[in-house]
Design a protein around this ligand. Sequence first.
Ligand code: GBH
Length: 478
Amino acid sequence: WRQVFAINENKFPDDFLFGTATASYQVEGAWNTNGKGENIWDRYTHQYPDKILDKSNGDVACDSYNKLEEDVRLLKNMNVDFYRFSVSWSRILPKGFAYQVNADGIRYYNNLIDLLISNGITPMVTMFHWDTPQNLEYFGGFTNSLIVNWFEEYARILFDNFGDRVKFWITFNEPKQTCAEGYGIGTKAPGYKLFGIADYMCIHNVLKSHARVYHLYNNTYKETQQGKIGITNDAVWSEPKTQSVEDVEAAERGLLFTFGLYTDPIYHYNGDYPQVVKEFVSARSKLEGFSYSRLPKFTPEEITYIKGTYDFFGLNHYTTTLVNNVDPFPIGDPSQIKDARIRTSFSPSWPKTASSWFKVVPWGFTKVLKWIKNRYGDIDIYVTENGYSDHECLNDQERINYYKQYLSALLDAIYDHKVNVKGYAAWSFLDNFEWNDGYVNRFGLYHVNFSDPQRTRTPKASLYYFKNIIKNRKLIKL
Ligand code: GBH
């Protein structure tokens, strides 16, 4: 017999990149000035303020639109290698369509990109972080398959204007939220509730849109612009609640429904949705009286077209749930949870955060990274978001503790399991508009005072901690 020791290495690889991330609606503000058009988050927060914990919105947010020089100075002060931000589609195309380009939007992102580069910071640009132009939503948004063309037109404008300097593109941030929360359970904009139906329509079109833009870049821009393009998905690690065969299978199925549904068509060597997802949705649809599966089918050509459309794997990771198997739910309204036949819960022993969905489970991070490598092979992974939520506070020792534990778990994945993690972005650079949680729950390394018209930024204790890790390229492990 022999005991296996973890390697316990504490240094990040020499070429490892550190960054921090934000998203347009959460930080920019300037929602209706200088030519920007309305998007679905403008509409949703104005129409249903009650859906936001403090009835707030992103009208001003961190006012990053007007504080570009200051923000880049703060980023420079952090020593980050890259800054991940998203472009507001309706700031570039106020009507959603390409017939009207807002010159001020182009100017704004040009300035941001130039300023980052002149400060030695690499821009990593997300094309879409949930803020669909309202005009497109009138016609179904991501449930309309024509969005594949609309998104391609938008992407072309981004490549034409910014691709000479942007070498790192992410088409979509977390399609799961756009689809399952936007059109399924309806807790995010546009707030429609047709779970198990519209969410599947949406993911079908997101995947096609992503693939279209990957091919556009690959065929038309890559040779001259020499960048990388991918997509970011978020994984909640699914841990079996018990070691019973049923629960072990349910946990794997849970991961395939909440993550593999979005990632298999792109990264799996067979392409297409996971087999178990296709089977469970189809069987349940039949029981409900559908003559076809609620999960749309890809043609063989589409499977091939979508498969392999990545230069890297973008991963957002925050937390873990316990998953157990459940008997078939009684027939009623369809839902993805009923399709999956799972129930999720948290262990009472897991430390809480300010967000109800979020407990601290560092080992889940190692497991999810291992799972990706096992299922999809040795792909370069960029962690495009990871971070901790608390309430307003400057001496944020719990956030420091979170980063220490999760970055340790990441090093374990690199050294103990040879997972190719190439970079890591802390969420978030600034306290910002945290969607349904408004300004109540905070993720920032810099505190932002939202009652101050200046939106003053102040470093938190965690900023100094993170900055030190970047400087030393190593971690004092627990
Ligand atoms: C990320 O999503 C987002 O990309 C980012 O914009 C956001 O600020 C950050 O997380 C922090 O939330 O309340 O039970 O309906 C992370 C994944 C999954 C977080 C679903 C919130 C809501 C679950 N998210 N979730 S619930």
